[in-house]
Design a protein around this ligand. Sequence first.
Ligand code: MN
Length: 444
Amino acid sequence: MTTSSELNPTHNAHARSWVASANAESCDFPIQNLPFAVFRRAGSSEAFRGGVAIGDQVIDMARVAKTDCLDGLAHAAAQNCAKPVLNDFFAMGPAAWSALRHGLFELLEKAFYGPKVDALRACLIPQSEVEFTVPTQIGDYTDFYTSLDHAMNIGVMMRPDDPITSNFKWIPIAYHGRVSSIGVSGQKYRRPMGQAMAPGASAPVYAPCARLDYELELGIYIGTGNAQGEPIAIKDAEKHIFGICLLNDWSARDIQFWEMAPLGPFLGKNFCTTISPWIVTMEALAPYRQAFTRPAGDPQPLAYLDDAANKAQGAIDISLEVLLESDKLRAEGKPPARLSGTSFKHQYWTIAQMVTHHTMGGCNLKSGDLLGSGTISGPGEGQAGAMIELAYGGTRPVPLGNGETRGFLHDGDAVILRGWCEKPGHARIGFGESKGTILPAIGK
Ligand code: MN
């Protein structure tokens, strides 16, 4: 079997599709991408089913499964994609994922004509006519904390004398998160109420969150799981990963900072998490892999978190940016303000290390489980993945370019995450977006 980082004909930068919109230069979904989502026609009572993006269209996998477009393993994979969640498709493993990608690629390529192409054309639905939902039944969601720059920026505020805890460079730190409040882009949620202790106060107050924030993250979907008690070795870890989406780990900083001693985040995090609907596969990400390195003088990972493949190509160069759309910007007809941009390549731990560490004590991961990468902050100015870092705890509010500023988020604000990969000699592929909007707190 080929590994997820090897290149093959589906990565050919010169490939073009007969779906004309897929060939536009700025399109997130060229033929080299082919990400997966779960969708139905907007406002309908149709069953949700799997879809694959090509240009501005969705390939309806429930329809594809009823045709003879695909053969063998690719057809069997399409049948599992026709279901309302992608867990069974994920559980088929990398050979099936790849067979479906290659089967669709061949049919979508410009050079290909015939009755199978005609049948596939009849399976296309414009993305503008559909709505999405969470693409798997997520059994468990774990949120990591793997950016050294983020840890430093936050640590300086929380523990000025000891900003980086002694475990950070040895363990991919994480907490177990909440599945029920995960929603797809377009999600709206109420500002959480909660308990917070103001600096210098002697008792906490119960009030709407006053320090509401976002976290720029990636979501990593487990493709195939492991049996309880049988850890996933690092050399096998990426075979267990299906793909990656954008993830906004909304965070109520005042609630979080009061509650998380001595245990982890709870109500500061569990009220809402917004993911992008599209999952970009590990196979599509192969051209954008990079060496994983540690800064000089830092400890090397322990042996169970280290191998040659992880060193050679454990990092992924995924460009990311955060935008904010305020009520005022919306009313003025102005575009969202860009808050920051960075790349996933700076992360201190790789996705293979996260998977291996998660299972090393015997914990079983399951198909469709979700891992959050942790906030992705780069080393430079303007590369932080959370408002609390950009605005230095609210003390230096960030300008939105229209006279407004933000120390933390206001009601009516929408936060938009975008991601894409580009590299000379390769296609540009995108993740679409994750957009979530804050409504006033209940009772306000
Ligand atoms: Mn987080």
